[in-house]
Design a protein around this ligand. Structure first.
Ligand code: GLP
Length: 242
């Protein structure tokens, strides 16, 4: 794992957008996995504008959504599906057969997990994965205490996640469970970027990069990835010791 520091959020987002494009230029059928939340928002915007400007052909790539809130319909603003649609699929005209997302409203959530694992396997695994970090050190919905050797799974949400998660919705939401890729997916991905920006992420970035690798702080898993990058702006890097 390595750490890459950028002067600000714009430079960080620009770097990740360029890395995505480089991956797709090298391998047009690459499998890309992205998170939602505030951290990747500018990366999505820059990626979309660069793809348009440079007329990059995305007709062969495949997209996997990292996670979803259980019980939240995909049409609702705040669901991960809504974010992927509005930030990526609609602006670039990505067709339905080019992505696979969790359906958080499915009555068969175990089946959703099995299907996600099967789709990733059929596509030969994830080439480039971007993840964020929650205020309790989660990645996706891999909450503190998660088993590291999981594929897609369903997780009871931590209090912190339930509270912090309200910000994404227009009305108070009953959030209890998340459905998410597991750390087997993360460790098997060719390249993983954990992105974080802002002063409020300084402490969690420090623990992810320098703390013990332990399921009590899930993002510490990044230290085990040979091709893992923790990419941060100056504020999020401010707690790092070197
Ligand atoms: C959410 C999502 C994660 C996301 C994280 C950080 O709960 N499940 O996939 O990466 O929290 O979000 P943000 O970037 O808004 O801080």
């Amino acid at each position: 794992m390595k750490i890459e520091k950028f002067s600000d959020y714009e430079a960080l987002s620009n770097h990740v957008a360029e890395a995505l494009i480089a991956t797709l230029q090298e391998n047009p059928s690459a499998v890309i996995c992205m998170p939602t939340g505030n951290s990747p928002r500018r990366t999505f915007e820059l990626f979309v504008s660069k793809v348009k400007e440079r007329s990059i052909d995305l007709s062969n790539f495949f997209f996997i959504g990292l996670d979803e809130w259980v019980g939240v319909p995909s049409e609702l603003r705040g669901s991960c599906a809504y974010e992927f649609r509005s930030l990526l699929f609609e602006p670039l005209g990505i067709e339905d057969h080019q992505f696979h997302l969790f359906d958080g409203t499915s009555l068969d959530l175990e089946g959703e997990c099995e299907m996600m694992d099967a789709v990733i396997q059929e596509h030969g695994g994830i080439d480039f994965m971007v993840v964020g970090i929650g205020m309790n050190g989660h990645i996706g919905f891999n909450e503190p205490g998660v088993e590291f050797d999981r594929y897609a799974h369903i997780v009871p949400l931590d209090e912190t996640t339930i509270t912090v998660g309200q910000q994404y919705f227009d009305q108070p939401m009953k959030l209890e469970y998340g459905i998410t890729l597991g750390f087997n997916h993360l460790l098997n991905a060719q390249t993983v970027y954990l992105i974080a920006n802002g002063q409020k992420k300084a402490e969690v970035v420090k623990r992810a990069a320098e703390g013990p690798v332990d399921s009590s702080f899930p993002a510490s898993i990044m230290q085990r990835h040979m091709n893992g990058v923790i990419a941060v702006d100056a504020e999020a890097a401010s707690g790092l010791s070197n």
